[in-house]
Design a protein around this ligand. Structure first.
Ligand code: SF4
Length: 375
C-alpha cells in the first residue's frame, strides 16, 4: 500500500475511533500543523467518514485528504454554535482548501471612503477595504458590484464628486500656492468631460475648495445612510419636466438613473436594518443539555454563556447592562462574515427554533430555566 493510502487508512481509523455524531467543527491539518480546511456539520462523524468515499484524484477533498496529517474535531452544542465557530476559525486560519469561504470577505463588495482632502466613493472588495489603511469609512456589504457602479455614477454626477483614479493629482482652490494665478495648476485645462459638463466640482483644476468638496461628500454619506433623498427628488422633478416638454427619451434616461439610486437604497436599508438591530439575547437549547445564550449587538455575537455556569451567565448580564445603543454608521468589516452569518440565520427562522429575548432573564425563561442562578 502506498504511503499516502496508508495515511488515509490511518486517518479513517482515527475518525471511527474518536468522533461521534454530534454538531461540531473539524480541522484538517497538514504536515507542518497548518490548517488546510475547516468544516462544520450537525453530524460530524458521518460527514468526516464521507470524505473517505470520495473519488481520488478527481475530487478536491479526496486530494486534500492525501495532504492531511491529522484531523481534529470540536463538539459544539448546536448548529448555530458550530456555524459561529466555523466562521471564526476560517477567519483566523484562512485555510487553503476553503476556496469559496476561506476569504469570506472576498465575496462581498463595499463602498469605501478614503482619507484625504477630496476622496472619492470607491467600490472595493470587502477584503481589500478591510486591509487598507487609507479607508476612513465603509458602507455595505453588497452582494454584487454592478448595481453599485450604476448608482454611484448617478450620485457622483448629482453631487459633483470625482470618480477618477487616485493617480490624478488634485489641486484644491484653497491651497496657498494656488493664489498665484500663474501656478501651472491654475493654467491647466481639464480634459475630463465630467468637469466640462458640470458633473464634477473639479478638484483637479483648483475649481473647488476642500470645504466645498467635503460638503458634497457629507451629503453623499447622508444619502448612503438614508438621511437625505434630495438626489432622488431632483431626478423626479427633472423627469416630470422632461415628460411635460415631451422629451420622452430624456425622461426614460432619468428614470433609469432614478431606478439605480432606488435599488441601491433598497440594498442599503437591508444592511442598515442588520446594523441597527439593538442588543438581544438568543437562547439555543443545546446538545446533551448544553444550553447557551448569545448576546447579539448590532448584528454580531459579542458574548456567549453556558446556562449551567452561573459565572458566565452573570458576566453576560453585566455586559448586557453596559450595552451602548450607539448605532455604527458602517459595517465592522473585520466581523462582516459574522454579521452575514447572524443575519441569514435569523432570516431563515421565525420563532419556532429561535428563542430571542430582550434580556438574559427573558432568554432563560424562554428556555424554561426561570430559576436560573442569577444574582
Ligand atoms: S474633473 Fe478632475 S477630479 Fe473630477 S473626475 Fe474629472 S479628472 Fe477627476
Amino acid at each position: 500500500m502506498p504511503a499516502s493510502e496508508a495515511n488515509v487508512a490511518r486517518l479513517r481509523e482515527q475518525v471511527r475511533a474518536t468522533t461521534r455524531n454530534a454538531p461540531g467543527v473539524y480541522l484538517m491539518r497538514g504536515a507542518h500543523g497548518e490548517v488546510l480546511y475547516v468544516g462544520k456539520s450537525t453530524q460530524v462523524r458521518t460527514r468526516l467518514l464521507s470524505y473517505f468515499r470520495l473519488p481520488w484524484p478527481e475530487h478536491r477533498h479526496a486530494r486534500m485528504l492525501r495532504e492531511t496529517s491529522s484531523i481534529e474535531w470540536e463538539p459544539q452544542p448546536s448548529e448555530f454554535a458550530a456555524l459561529l465557530r466555523e466562521v471564526r476559525l476560517i477567519r483566523a486560519h484562512l485555510p487553503r482548501y476553503n476556496v469559496r469561504s476561506a476569504r469570506p470577505l472576498d465575496k462581498w463588495w463595499v463602498i469605501s471612503i478614503a482619507r484625504g482632502p477630496a476622496p472619492r466613493l470607491r467600490i472595493q472588495r470587502a477584503s481589500a477595504a478591510a486591509r487598507s489603511r487609507d479607508v476612513a469609512q465603509i458602507i455595505g456589504p453588497f452582494a454584487s458590484r454592478r448595481p453599485l457602479q450604476d448608482a454611484l455614477r448617478v450620485l457622483n454626477d448629482a453631487l459633483g464628486l470625482r470618480d477618477c483614479s487616485d493617480r490624478v493629482p488634485l489641486h484644491l482652490a484653497d491651497v496657498q500656492e494656488l493664489f498665484d494665478a500663474m501656478h501651472p495648476a491654475m493654467q491647466r485645462t481639464p480634459r475630463c468631460h465630467r468637469y466640462e459638463t458640470r458633473r464634477c466640482l473639479g478638484p483637479c483644476v483648483g475649481a473647488t475648495t476642500e470645504y466645498q468638496y467635503r460638503t458634497q461628500l457629507t451629503r453623499a454619506k447622508a444619502v448612503l445612510e438614508g438621511r437625505d433623498d434630495s438626489p432622488q427628488q431632483q431626478l423626479v422633478r427633472e423627469m416630470a419636466a422632461a415628460s411635460a416638454s415631451l422629451s420622452y427619451e430624456r425622461a426614460g434616461w432619468l428614470r433609469d438613473r432614478l431606478t439605480a439610486l432606488q435599488e441601491l437604497e433598497a440594498q442599503l436599508s437591508r444592511v442598515r436594518e442588520a446594523l441597527a438591530r439593538p442588543s438581544f439575547v438568543y437562547a439555543v437549547p443545546g446538545h446533551d443539555g448544553d444550553d447557551r445564550l448569545y448576546l447579539v449587538r448590532h448584528g454580531v455575537v459579542v458574548a456567549e454563556a453556558r446556562c449551567q455556569e452561573p459565572g458566565t451567565v452573570n458576566a453576560m448580564q453585566d455586559l448586557e447592562r453596559q450595552a451602548t445603543q450607539a448605532v455604527p454608521t458602517g459595517a465592522l468589516v473585520d466581523r462582516l462574515d459574522e454579521l452575514l452569518l447572524v443575519e441569514s440565520w435569523f432570516r431563515g427562522r421565525n420563532g419556532a427554533k429561535a428563542i430571542v429575548a430582550e434580556t438574559v432573564v427573558g432568554a432563560l425563561e424562554g428556555l424554561g430555566l426561570a430559576a436560573a442562578p442569577l444574582n
